[in-house]
Design a binder for this molecule. Structure first.
Ligand code: AMP
Ligand code: ZN
Length: 467
């Protein structure tokens, strides 16, 4: 399975080829753990999860890092406002983050480093940059001199030529479109955590964290770096500058950036009253699988417009998948050839995989899935599926769900409970002498290979092979 991704660095769709055959080293910028993540963040994390699962289905071993930014202006502000330690404050939101990604069935990746656990590696990186003349000090802080790195701007396309010498920014929250020397190490300030280093007491700048952790855990050159589009500039541009200036090697082969989620056509913002966390949606009774379905239903390079209508449609889609899976779970094999040719299964698998290989076109993959489910349901409504078709269908769906992760769990107990409910409905219909409904239910169950026997002690049911 050959994969094609649009590389932000080259602005082209490229055939993906990792630096070491069979192994993908991937870095994904994780949450700043000062609050609960919102559904925009989660859209990006779900996109990265689909990317990871696709790489695995394509046969690669994946080594992935998702960092936890536990020290920056926002986490420090939050901890100080509550009067608790930075560790206590960030621990709470790290736990919540894991809960949220588990709820959305994102696979756990190999490494979730906290920035504060990689201070020695950050210091070492600054030392290298200093040695090569890329840094300068001012009022106790250490800055990266953008003019010393000729490749600056290659990812984002910003033009560094207009930069005023000595124009600096040392906040973690950036003004966009403004090119300035950025802070690597910030001088200690009263009330802020700090570490003693050869460049004085202080704390790391945000950009430095990612470069140091990527190099420490994955190596100086990696295959994929992903994040939301807001990170292209300055965050990722600065990561490239620091990493490549220090190592002299290309930092990342392929950069992937996910477009933002918006809500009802508007930028999501607390002030606009359209800001949602996963918890907000769960409280309103929405199904996590439907939320995941919606978040991955739009290809990552397009904006995703989150609406409650779209969430309703996603809920219906997930239900439809569940219904088909339950029908398949106990469908007896047709005695003859059945109504689903094996070629239909192969065609589905092929279309599904080529959709993902095409820059993770999840919309196309879902369309292929639903077309296939229609065929499966039509076959179940008529002569059923042969044993081979049943086995192939279940295997193809399992593989599809390996990437999507949106299929409801179907257990025998659930299926039995559904049958029990239908038997009960039929008994009620009979009691009110609504024999048409009662017969329709009997017929529906028969189509699922279930026969009813009315005894003086009530109705019993059993499964039979399809004749
Ligand atoms: P942060 O915690 O702000 O560093 O963001 C974590 C991840 O979420 C980054 O990859 C961001 O690019 C991404 N992100 C932030 N806002 C949105 C949004 N509205 N839609 C999609 N991704 C977002
Ligand atoms: Zn980062």
């Amino acid at each position: 399975m050959e994969l094609f991704f649009t590389n932000t660095l080259t602005r082209r769709a490229e055939r993906f080829e990792p630096l070491s055959p069979g192994l993908v080293r991937m870095y994904t910028c994780g949450p700043t753990v000062y609050n609960y993540v919102h559904i925009g963040n989660l859209r990006t994390f779900v996109f990265e999860d689909v990317l990871r699962r696709t790489l695995k289905v394509a046969g690669y071993q994946v080594q992935q890092v998702m960092n936890l930014t536990d020290i920056d202006d926002k986490t420090i502000r939050g901890a100080n406002a509550e009067g608790v330690s930075l560790r206590e404050y960030t621990d709470r939101y790290i736990a919540a983050f894991f809960e949220d990604i588990d709820t959305l069935r994102c696979e756990r990746v190999e490494y979730y480093p906290r920035a504060t656990e990689f201070i020695p590696q950050m210091v070492e990186l600054i030392r290298k940059l200093e040695e090569k003349g890329h840094t300068y000090q001012l009022e106790g802080s250490t800055y990266f001199r953008i003019a010393s790195f000729p490749g600056y701007g290659k990812l984002s396309g910003v033009d560094p030529s207009g930069i005023k010498p000595g124009a600096r920014v040392d906040a973690d929250e950036y003004e966009k479109e403004d090119v300035r020397d950025f802070v690597l190490w910030k001088a200690a300030r009263p009330g802020e955590p700090f570490w003693e280093t050869p460049f004085g007491p202080g704390r790391p700048g945000w950009h430095l964290e990612c470069s140091a952790m990527a190099i420490a855990l994955l190596g100086e050159s990696i295959d994929i770096h992903a994040g939301g589009v807001d990170l292209v500039f300055p965050h990722h541009e600065n990561e490239i500058a620091q990493s490549e200036a220090a190592t002299g090697k290309p930092f990342v082969k392929c950069w992937l950036h996910g477009e933002h989620l918006i809500v009802e056509g508007q930028k999501m913002a607390k002030s606009a009253g359209n800001f949602y966390t996963l918890r907000d949606l769960l409280e309103r009774g929405h199904d996590p699988l439907a939320i995941r379905y919606l978040l991955l239903s739009v290809p990552y390079r397009q904006k995703l417009n989150f609406t409650f209508d779209a969430l309703q449609a996603a809920t219906a889609a997930v239900e439809r998948i569940g219904n088909t899976l339950r029908r398949l779970h106990y469908a007896p094999a047709a005695s003859g050839e059945g109504d689903l040719p094996l070629a239909a299964v192969t065609e589905f698998s092929h279309e599904f995989q080529s959709a993902l290989a095409d820059d993770l076109n999840t919309a196309r993959a879902l369309a292929a899935l639903h077309t296939f489910l229609t065929k499966v349901n039509q076959a179940l409504d008529s002569n059923g599926l042969s044993q081979d078709a049943l086995t192939a269908t279940k295997a193809a769906l399992r593989l599809a769900n390996g990437v999507l992760g949106v299929f409801p769990e179907v257990t025998s107990e659930q299926v039995d409970a559904e049958v029990e409910a239908l038997v009960q409905q039929r008994a009620e219909a009979r009691a009110r002498k609504d024999f048409a409904t009662a017969d329709a239910i009997r017929q529906k169950l028969l189509e699922r290979g279930i026969v009813l026997e009315d005894t003086p002690h009530g109705t019993i049911w059993r499964r039979v092979g399809r004749g």
